[in-house]
Write a protein that binds this ligand. Sequence first.
Ligand SMILES: *Cc1c(COP(=O)(O)O)cnc(C)c1O
Length: 370
Amino acid sequence: MNDRTLSFLEFVAPGVRSLRPYEPGKPLSELEREYGVRDAVKLASNENPLGPSPRALEAVRAVMRELALYPDGNCFELKAALAELHGVAPEQITVGNGSNDVLEFVARVFLQPGREAVFSEHAFAVYPIVTQAVGAQAVVVPAVNYGHDLTAMLARVTGRTGVVFVANPNNPTGTWLKADELRAFVAAVPGHVVVVIDEAYFEYVDEPEYPDTTQWVKDYPNLVVTRTFSKVYGLGGLRVGYGVSHPAMADLFNRVRQPFNVNAAAQAAAVAALSDHDHVARSVAVNRTGMEQVTAAFARMGLPFIPSVGNFVCVDVGRPAGPVYEALLRQGVIVRPVGGYGLPHHLRVTIGTQVENERFITALERAMKD
Ligand SMILES: *Cc1c(COP(=O)(O)O)cnc(C)c1O
């Protein structure tokens, strides 16, 4: 290091200056390095414990022969498959390097200093990050029963509002919104405000009143619905997600995205994964049984939890959760502290395989005795 001063710090964009970086789940390799633990289990990032579909893996192997070539910048095949799945035109699909990429397009297109983004307390951490990164103001609306208060959120929409972010279900709380209340909300938001409905856990939700809001895009041109291949499809490591919107909005997203934002392996794997309905069904079934296993253990232990429709659940450990998290790490179990989400007494655990869940339950029982 030389002794020149860091004078560039003076010119850091104000939103970036106050930004807190996203805290990801601890990677297995890091735990094994730091704690010397072997056979650790990671239940920290809502990944699919079954991994990807074998069809997706085969598709990735086939792509390896062509890795010198740039990917299809327009994601032709993947858009065609997604358009068919949702009954929309390919021009309505925006593919991202993860759905987080699409959330960032929304912020870059529709937010700027002087504009506001409305979202709920305890909502997904990427919403404040993309908002602040472009210098816009976050308007955080207090939650009710850990879930979105749509009435209060609507009341905070003004002429300054550029975007409203709604996570359905929400991460980390696992709370969800019913079709009628959410539809009434979307209908009431003025047309100049972009409504993002983030459906990262769509496939896991088994509730008759839970909506598929991709079907609402034809009625609301200010709506964009995001989905991902990182969760039930088990492709988090490849980074691919997408938005469904009016073509005029997708056109704007395409102006700000990097020309080759989605890599070739991700595109091929995503197309293949979409065709494997059995793998999705199996993953959902494993999650349902695992959710029962884990929440039954919480009940046995007398620990309150937030009922969740996703592949994760937040448990209230009744004290600052940091030491419990640490005690779990020492036993080789990685979960997610959610103090940064305003839930300092909760831990979020991803539902794993039966064996992984049992490891977690045993470790938690021990940790709670400490
Ligand atoms: C995991 C998650 C995503 C997905 O992010 P990717 O960038 O697609 O991996 C989006 N929204 C929520 C609420 C999530 O929990």
